[in-house]
Design a protein around this ligand. Sequence first.
Ligand SMILES: [Zn+2]
Length: 187
Amino acid sequence: MNCPFCGNADSKVIDSRESGGGVRRRRECNACDLRFTTYEQVQSRSLMIIKRDGTREEFDREKLWASLTKACAKRPLPTGLLEKALIEIESQLADIGKTEIPSKTLGEFTMSRLKDMDRVAYIRFASVYRDFQDIETFRTEIDALLKPNKEMLESNNQLSFLEDPDVVLSSPKRRRGRPSGGAMVGS
Ligand SMILES: [Zn+2]
C-alpha cells in the first residue's frame, strides 16, 4: 500500500474499524507522516482459515479478539495494546496475500505478538493452542522463557499468575485458621 502523497511503501495503521463488511484503516506514512485511509474489503471478506483437519472456516476477527482478551485477562497491559496487537495480526495475515491461511500460521502470528507483549499471556495462549504432541517443545519454550529471566520476572512479579485462581485451583491460603483466644462465645 503506497503512500498517495510520497509513494513510500511503509505505513503504520493508526486506527482500524469495521465498515460495510470490510475494514477501514487509517494509516500514517512512515516517510512523510501524512495520513490516509484504506478500505480493505476483499481480503477481510474472503480470508479462509484452513483448520488442522483440513476443513475451512472464515477468518473470525471476534474469535481472535476473544482469545487475545482471554490470554491477557488481568495482565497489567497498557490500554490499547491489545487492539494494536489485533490490528497487527490482521495486517500480517493480509500481507501474506492469500485467500487461505493455515490455522497454524494464525496461531504463530498470535503467539509471537503475545510473546513480545506479556510472557504470561503468551504461555496461557500457547498452552491452549499447542497440540498435545507438542508438549515437549512447549515445555522447552517455557523453560527457556522462565530460566534466564528468573530474577527479572520475580522482581516484576510476573510469576504472580501462579497464584491466580484461574491457574491454580487450590491455594494453600484457602485453609482457614481457627480464631485464637477463644473469644467466640456468643454474648
Ligand atoms: Zn508519504
